[in-house]
Design a protein around this ligand. Structure first.
Ligand code: F0G
Length: 434
């Protein structure tokens, strides 16, 4: 168990991040068919531990003596959507998105936070803390509040969307905007937790990844345990790709699935340390970058879980790719046009898929799942700027951004008359027919 005032989630011998393993699985083999039935039955239960789309799969998670000890907001249980127009745009026959933005605080972080926050409370911590580009802090603040703990948030000043910042405030976090980037916040927090009895809830905490694994398990249940050929995930601090990869490998080991999907990781070109690391040295040594992207959730230059992510790429045969700011904006609008929507960081998945199809890495008849990580309403400023045509003003990418025009729907200011509205309606209808 970890010392209260000093949690270093790294191995003392090699310095690598710790990972939770389950030696019992090889001693007492798990009956895959029985487990699938049990998990399905729990969906009709009214117990909080069964209603949670994370704890429903608790046989794959760290145990609690008393399941009443867990802090749950009924996270998980997220929808799998078909994306017909995105499929066409990407050159695919069919395409799915699993929307982790449909979690209680609007991002995938809740699935990991329920586990790590529950551990924090069980260990007697009064304070939890994280550095964040926004979603982790929103999620942590909510789970801390539900669990009767205090929370400390370190975020880069001016680089977190208002939606996410306002969540941390509403859930009662002590919120510090530091004059640095995410990587700088992480550095400062690592020093704070060495001196103060606050429990670190960033994804270096291995319990976070255990909870985040369950998105892959739920996905397999939704696919009736027939894995898709590809799963495509955004890469920031690289905790999520590591967690999903771990889940697929464990499910294969346990006989829950018979093959592994290829897990591919997509980064913004301006925040591409994993892409560079893979291309320049095959994943042997992390190349850090000074990160810059409007997809602020993944504005990370020195990802903590890079080694685990490299392991997932190697084990599953996934690809790593980068996409431009304009490609991200276009993909986000296309996901919106399917009636789904997501935040910018999630849209790298569709933008990346288009590239992987062009390269022939993904074939048009294969089954592909995009992992959408955050809700559309997390970053409304990005969406408004996009539709008003302001997103690329003064960035030097105005010319390239011309391709976005057909997707833009600026709000229309009119006189308050029926005529004005009907005229606008007719114009819009004519445009459709053109
Ligand atoms: N998508 C969204 C919406 C995110 O908020 C993040 C990370 C990622 C993708 C990348 O996931 O870090 O596991 O590779 N957000 C963190 C935060 C860093 O602080 O909210 P990752």
């Amino acid at each position: 168990m970890y010392q209260k005032a000093e949690q270093n989630f790294r191995c003392a011998a090699c310095g690598d991040l710790l990972e939770i393993v389950y030696p019992d699985w090889s001693i007492t083999p798990i009956d895959a068919a029985l487990l699938r039935d049990l998990w399905r039955q729990r969906r009709t239960s009214g117990l909080p531990v069964d209603e949670s789309g994370v704890w429903r799969f608790r046989e794959l998670l760290p145990g609690f003596h008393d399941w009443q000890e867990i802090i749950t907001l009924r996270e998980g249980n997220t929808p799998l959507y078909e994306m017909p127009s995105c499929a066409r745009n990407a050159g695919m026959q069919q395409l799915y998105a699993k929307h982790q933005g449909m979690n209680p605080t609007g991002s995938f972080k809740d699935t990991g936070m329920t586990v790590a926050a529950s551990v924090a409370r069980r260990e007697g911590f009064r304070w939890v803390a994280c550095a964040s580009t926004g979603n982790t802090s929103a999620s942590m603040a909510a789970y801390a509040a539900r669990g009767g703990m205090r929370s400390l948030v370190l975020i880069p000043e001016g680089k977190v969307s208002w939606g996410k910042l306002s969540q941390a405030l509403d859930y009662g976090a002590v919120t510090c905007q530091l004059k640095t980037d995410f990587d700088g916040c992480m550095r400062v927090l690592n020093e704070v937790v060495q001196r103060m009895p606050v429990y670190l809830l960033n994804s270096v905490n291995p319990y976070r990844l255990e909870g985040q694994k369950t998105a892959a398990v739920e996905l397999m249940e939704q696919f009736d345990w027939q894995p898709p050929e590809h799963v495509i995930v955004p890469g920031g601090n690289l905790g999520n790709s590591s967690a999903l990869g771990k889940a697929f490998l464990e499910m294969k080991q346990l006989g829950l699935i018979s093959a592994l999907p290829k897990v591919s990781i997509i980064q913004a070109a301006g925040a591409n340390p994993l892409v560079r690391t893979m291309r320049e040295n095959g994943g042997k040594k992390l190349i850090t970058v000074q990160a810059e992207t409007a997809a602020s959730a993944i504005r990370i230059g020195s990802p903590a879980s890079w080694k685990k992510a490299v392991g997932v790429l190697h084990a599953t045969g996934g690809a790593v790719e980068q996409v431009s700011e304009v490609e991200i904006a276009l993909a986000k609008a296309e996901i919106g046009a399917d009636g789904i929507g997501c935040e910018p960081a999630s849209a790298v998945t569709l933008a990346g898929l288009k590239k992987l199809v062009k390269q022939g890495f993904v074939k048009s008849g294969e089954s592909v799942v995009l992992i959408l990580t955050g809700h559309l309403l997390k970053d409304p400023e990005f969406t408004l700027k996009f539709h008003r045509g302001d997103l690329f003003a003064g960035t030097g990418s105005e010319k390239e951004a011309d391709i976005l025009k057909p997707q833009q729907r600026a709000p229309i200011v009119l006189d308050a008359t029926m005529d004005a509205v009907i005229r606008t309606l007719k114009e819009a209808d004519d445009q459709l027919e053109m």
